[in-house]
Design a protein around this ligand. Structure first.
Ligand SMILES: *[C@@H]1O[C@H](CO)[C@@H](O)[C@H](O)[C@H]1NC(C)=O
Length: 202
């Protein structure tokens, strides 16, 4: 007999919980929405468990639970949207920081390089989101392959941005602020890529 893997066990557990929630819902008309919400958040938690930063994945996506429900394509699209929003705000913050007085020329140069790399990331994520909205059975493999390529490139650009700051040896406030922002963006991107890879292999 085939051994029961933890993954199978988890899937069965989700199905059992989801169906018991649905059963409850049939008899309770008032407040019947709540159990569905629980099934939706459980779906996000389970999907996020296969990413590298599951807690960040969950906290960034749970606010979109009503939209995601238990749809893997919508989940992946939401992860891309959340990542894009974070890249945009980080890039804006970095542009502001680059204009601060008292920065060393090397810091300003690294910051400007980063803004450029993040701008490439924005393009790659935008393209991915646009293609994902066109996803059909007939173009599934082609689009997933494009999106995998673009989001991997986005992750590389973010790493390059961070590496540029690593070369500045002095532990300045700017360096630590930039690191914190870019690490968050890279973690969201890495999570989105994990969800994309999972969807592509489904
Ligand atoms: C992602 O953003 C696009 C563009 O703003 C929007 O049309 C789409 O509904 C969003 N998708 C999700 C899953 O949030």
């Amino acid at each position: 007999m085939e051994a029961i893997s933890p993954k199978h066990l988890m899937t069965s557990l989700v199905i059992i919980i989801a169906s018991s929630l649905t059963a409850h819902c049939g008899c309770a008309k008032r407040g019947g929405e709540r159990p569905y919400k629980e099934a939706n958040t459980l779906f996000i938690r389970t999907s996020c468990s296969s990413t590298t930063y599951p807690r960040l994945c969950y906290s960034s996506l749970v606010k979109h639970a009503d939209l995601i429900q238990t749809n893997r394509v919508v989940l992946t699209g939401a992860a891309l949207n959340v990542t894009l929003a974070s890249v945009k705000s980080t890039s804006a913050m970095m542009s502001t920081l680059a204009k601060k007085q008292g920065l060393k020329p090397r810091e300003v140069a690294a910051m400007q390089d980063c803004v450029e790399q993040l701008s490439d990331t924005v393009d790659e994520l935008r393209r991915s989101i646009a293609e994902m909205s066109d996803l059909r059975a007939s173009n599934f493999e082609m689009i997933m392959s494009d999106v995998q390529t673009w989001v991997s490139a986005a992750l590389t650009d973010e790493t390059t941005c961070n590496d540029g700051f690593q070369e500045i040896t002095a532990a300045t406030d700017i360096k630590s602020t930039v690191r914190r922002l870019v690490i968050q963006v890279a973690q969201l991107t890495s999570n989105a890529l994990a969800l994309i890879n999972k969807l592509a292999n489904s």
